[in-house]
Write a protein that binds this ligand. Sequence first.
Ligand code: G3P
Ligand code: MG
Length: 265
Amino acid sequence: MSSSRTAASPSSIRAAWAAVGRGTWPYPRWIAHRGGGRLAPENTLAAMRVGAAHGYRMFEFDAKLSGDGTLVLMHDDTLDRTTSGRARVSARALGDMMKLDAGAWFSPEFAGEGIPTLWRVGTWLIANGLAGNIEIKPCPGREAETGAAVAIEAACLWQSEAVPPLLSSFSPEALEAARRCVPELPRALLLDTMVDDWLDRCRALDCVAIDVEHQLLTADFIAAAHAAGLKVLCYTMNDPERGTRLCEWGIDGLITDRIDELGKC
Ligand code: G3P
Ligand code: MG
């Protein structure tokens, strides 16, 4: 049996990844925060389904390691706020976490929703032609280990895909580990306070983008970042007027909770 499709070579895929932010920018401008913003339990597959149903094509989510070294989606260092469990994520094995409910805290409609692994979510995104922004969110002391694990797993998952996930983190150590393992995967440095040496920090990590708390942004900052060759993203941008302004200033990506209201510019 023959096929008319020719698989892209691993080297051409890696070249396509390395071009992101350096000639290509294959991502949509609007990105759903934690999968489905405020409309579904954060960091679940259900959230991403809700986001997709609202027309979103890219999803930000938080990834960290379980106690036994599997990457799962979870924002907090503990399971307490968003699941039926009570423990530190780094103290629980994947098998224990799989028994927990990650949807009922949000509403009965989502009861039974589980904690997804990065593998499951990556598979789902690829199967549906959707893009991902994996925020590397290490538990304290696991920064390099988590950054390396995310890069290696992402490279494996997306190995046949020309559009890679964007990796981001507040942790320079995590980004540096990701860079060492898979340099071609695009990276963004997250900042929750403005610092004078933002450009040096991005260059040291060979980042293609900077992802800033939106209230810190100005037209001059975006222009300076663009002049330096960086894309600019912001989080968590839930104000329509501010969103319009940021779009006028040429922002490249807006991460929002308000997936039902925003996403037009
Ligand atoms: O990735 C941007 C944004 O998600 C960072 O803040 O706390 O919602 O993960 P947080
Ligand atoms: Mg996040």
